[in-house]
Write a protein that binds this ligand. Sequence first.
Ligand SMILES: Nc1nc2c(ncn2[C@@H]2O[C@H](COP(=O)(O)OP(=O)(O)OP(=O)(O)O)[C@@H](O)[C@H]2O)c(=O)[nH]1
Length: 431
Amino acid sequence: MPEAQAQAQAPSHTPGLPPLYTPQPQSPSRQGFDFHTSDSDSASAAHDGTGTGTAHSPSRTGTAASQRRTSNPPPSIISPAFTPPATPGFTTPSQPRRPPRSIPVDTSRTSDSPRPELLEELPVVECEVRARIPTTTGHEMWLHVYRNNVDTKEHLAIVFGSQIRSRSLDAERPGETELDRMTRGAYVGRLYPGRMSSRVEAIKRAEGVPSKRTPGQPAPTDPAESPSPSPDQPLASPSPSPSSAASSENGDASPLPLPLPLVRIHSECYTGETVWSARCDCGEQLDESARLMADPVLSPSGGAIVYLRQEGRGIGLGEKLKAYNLQDLGNDTYEANVLLRHPADARSYGLATAMLMDLGLGGDRGIRLLTNNPDKVRAVEGPRREVVVRERVAMVPLAWKTGGKQGIKSEEVEKYLSTKIEKFKHMLDQK
Ligand SMILES: Nc1nc2c(ncn2[C@@H]2O[C@H](COP(=O)(O)OP(=O)(O)OP(=O)(O)O)[C@@H](O)[C@H]2O)c(=O)[nH]1
């Protein structure tokens, strides 16, 4: 929730008096993407070298959790402004820390369902700026803002891990200074007060550190320490082919290949992601994607959520609210769109394909895509298979996984999910 919004909802609080609002444990509807167990905290802190994979890990939900643990939290830290009464999901689910199960996908084979209509040419995209965002879970993500030549919206890429970099961001722009580059996020490694260059190599040279490693010297453990790749180089780290994976399983001593990077193409949903709607599972899906990608054990090759501003399956928020009213009058999500003279699903994925290519996730190596939507799998590959979806990871609602103990529970979300399965043919079953 934006801070201003949270402030607006906070109960008034006289300084010196205890806060008016004491959070109570609730049956959570949306859990937030807090995924820390004590083990994962220490492991992640060790991995990222920041020491920030902390034990307190305040998520949207974690602030209230820490408030329950201590009798007298300092009001400056635990303010009701950060946890308004309506915030659902106070408890943190402890979920097993296993890599997600993926299902091989081969879209080059002919299938019964028609291929979605794709634009002949992909849009042109450019990453305008990126910044490091420390999150409430203790992990970090890199938020990238993209511009394009087909609409005026700010589409986003939320990148986890330092292996995935934008080519258009890293490309030199005429006349720019080192400060310009750092200001728009085109730097390697981390910013710190007084840093003079966007390039690690330049800093090392200035400090007299030899830039070339001698043979046998280990590579830096943090890929962000490597010099910025040129815009023409593939940016995602190369991965051995699936056949080399098989040879390792057969007893070959070669190291196990890294799994493919995880990718989610997520469509904006203000109601489900910001104002706690239990009509859909969009917020939960966003949290779950981030949970999987932020954890280096679950997603060692990093991950990217391409966040497309296609609110309401592309019809916009106002029209989606009309659709909700039509749903309350007895129609399902498919029928409501059609009654409003919109396509049942008005989205397209060319921007996502172009953004994935820009992030170095195009090409034959392929990606693992988090989705249940068959159209999305095929559409994101682009008109000439510029991106290859090698594996799919299903997004199973938390309520199904936990037998209703966690996750969203409402009549509306049940109807929403059953319409996705029956009418939109989403690949989701309860097995
Ligand atoms: N028109 C309309 N859009 C909705 C409704 N509920 C959620 N949405 C939008 O649906 C989009 C998410 O699409 P979904 O069909 O839930 O999922 P998906 O992205 O196709 O598939 P997954 O990748 O499996 O999540 C977001 O843009 C939401 O704003 C609704 O009742 N009507």
